[in-house]
Design a protein around this ligand. Structure first.
Ligand SMILES: [Zn+2]
Length: 63
C-alpha cells in the first residue's frame, strides 16, 4: 500500500504543472483531507492528512 502511494506521488511530481493524473486508472487525482488518529506520547490525537484520491484508492480511504 505504501509502495503504491509513493509511486503515484512520484508520477504526479514528474508531470509538474496542471492536474495530476493517476498512472494506473488515468483519473484526475483529487486532493482530499482525511482524518486519522496519531498516538503522541501516549495520547491519541486527531490529525488531518492530504491524500490524492482516484478510483484506485477511493475504497481504501472511504472504506
Ligand atoms: Zn488510480
Amino acid at each position: 500500500m505504501a509502495k503504491k502511494q509513493s509511486f503515484t506521488d512520484k508520477m504526479s511530481k514528474k508531470k509538474g504543472s496542471g492536474a495530476a493524473h493517476c498512472p494506473v486508472c488515468d483519473e484526475i487525482l483529487t486532493p482530499v483531507r482525511v482524518r486519522e488518529f496519531a498516538t503522541e506520547g501516549g495520547r491519541r490525537r486527531q490529525v488531518t492528512r492530504m491524500v490524492k484520491l482516484c478510483k484506485c484508492n477511493s475504497s481504501e480511504i472511504y472504506g
